[in-house]
Design a protein around this ligand. Structure first.
Ligand SMILES: Cc1ncc(C[n+]2csc(CCOP(=O)(O)OP(=O)(O)O)c2C)c(N)n1
Ligand SMILES: [Mg+2]
Length: 365
């Protein structure tokens, strides 16, 4: 086994029992159950959306994070009011974890006015600014400089927060990601780049798309940035390592790249016709049966006596009911009208400024 298989954070030592890590000492029983509830809610929302997508009720893309939920849910248990989050295309779970209501997400998928982006964006536009969550971004890695920008603003304003940026393994070869790392290292920005390495970028496996030594996060060394790698199954370890990275950002204004191997159970998108060709059905079944982080966390909480089968069933039913109610809300919400197309595009046009009258928004004369 490589040292990097178990993570070699630059200032975090291996522990037998990650519950004892300082980051986890204040991890309350309620917060632990909340992590599970968040995972269950993400899974139920996405699986309900899948049913309605298959029934032709929504168009465009539907990008599910089922199998990867532990990362969004665990990160959320560490995020405070001064922190910002932002994600790439597979970001519905991050938005729900951030606090977006299911119904706002579902209506967005249905293309209705009641959606979080008024039905004009769909799965790629899960924004929750009220919760400092700055959306999913469709074009690979384009959100990575935005995260650096949030971190820059935090530093300039003297706020002790950090920007947490979720990206996929398919985004790490984009030039803009490397520009972001360079600036984060150069300016000492409080940003944490979380690579959710699910093994594939669309139908291309990591080994076919990236050249790297031992792990993707290690490339951060080039920029003199701290890096780490950890799994998505032991949530105490994941939480400790994420917590250390976030503290490094907040207390020392130093960035981190942390890589988390994970797995998605569905295709790249729901309309991924090739998903049985680039990976075998046996691989998917093995992953579901042997590494489901949701089931593992449920078992951990049962062992700790924090939940039992009955409370879990209640949680599950409540999440299903919430998703069903979100569908009802979405179906009853009106679609955007023709005039809505030009609303919420530029602040200037929404507010009838002089610039909007002459059509020059940015460059003056
Ligand atoms: C610059 C750019 N090239 C290609 C695409 C098409 N595309 C959309 S998602 C994706 C793969 C993303 O893979 P990864 O970053 O690993 O995220 P995952 O889907 O695995 O969560 C690609 C190639 C894109 N959105 N942007
Ligand atoms: Mg990927």
């Amino acid at each position: 086994m490589l040292a990097t298989d178990r993570g070699i954070g630059q200032d975090i030592r291996w522990m037998e029992d990650w519950r004892q890590h300082p980051v986890n000492l204040g991890f309350s029983a309620e917060a632990k159950v909340e992590v599970l509830r968040t995972m269950v809610r993400i899974r139920r929302l996405e699986q309900t959306a899948l049913l309605y997508y298959s029934a032709g009720k929504m168009g465009g893309w539907l990008i599910l994070s089922v199998g990867q939920e532990s990362i969004a849910a665990t990160a959320r248990s560490l995020i405070g009011p001064a922190d910002h989050t932002i994600s790439g295309p597979r970001g519905m779970g991050h938005a729900i974890a951030a606090g977006m209501e299911m119904r706002a997400g579902m209506a967005e998928l249905f293309g209705k006015l009641g959606g979080c982006s008024k039905g004009k964006g769909g799965a790629f536009s899960f924004y929750a600014p009220k919760h400092r969550h700055w959306g999913c971004h469709a074009i690979a890695a384009t959100h990575t400089p935005l995260a650096a920008g949030f971190a820059f603003a935090l530093k300039q304003r003297g706020e002790q927060g950090c920007a947490l940026c979720f990206l996929g393994d398919g985004s790490v070869n984009q030039g803009v990601y490397h520009e972001s790392l360079n600036l984060a290292g150069l300016f000492g920005l409080p940003v944490v780049y979380v690579i959710e390495n699910n093994g594939y970028a669309m139908g291309t496996s990591v080994s076919r798309s990236s050249r790297f030594k031992e792990c993707l996060a290690r490339r951060a060394e080039t920029y003199d940035i701290a890096w780490d790698k950890t799994g998505d199954g032991d949530l105490y370890e994941l939480r400790a390592r994420l917590g250390v990275a976030m503290e490094r950002a907040k207390k020392e204004c130093r960035p981190t790249v942390i890589e988390i191997p994970t797995y998605r159970y569905y295709g790249f998108s729901v309309a991924d016709a090739n998903h049985k060709k680039y990976r075998s059905p046996e691989e998917v079944e093995w992953m579901k049966a042997n590494r489901d982080p949701l089931r593992r966390w449920k078992e951990t909480l049962m062992e700790e006596g924090l939940i039992d089968e009955a409370t879990f069933a209640e949680m599950n039913e409540a999440a299903k009911a919430e998703a069903k109610a979100a569908v009802g809300y979405a179906e009853n919400s009106p679609p955007p009208g023709v005039n809505d197309i030009v609303q919420d595009v530029y602040w200037e046009s929404d507010h009838g400024t002089e610039a909007s009258k002459i059509g020059r928004h940015f460059f003056g004369e």
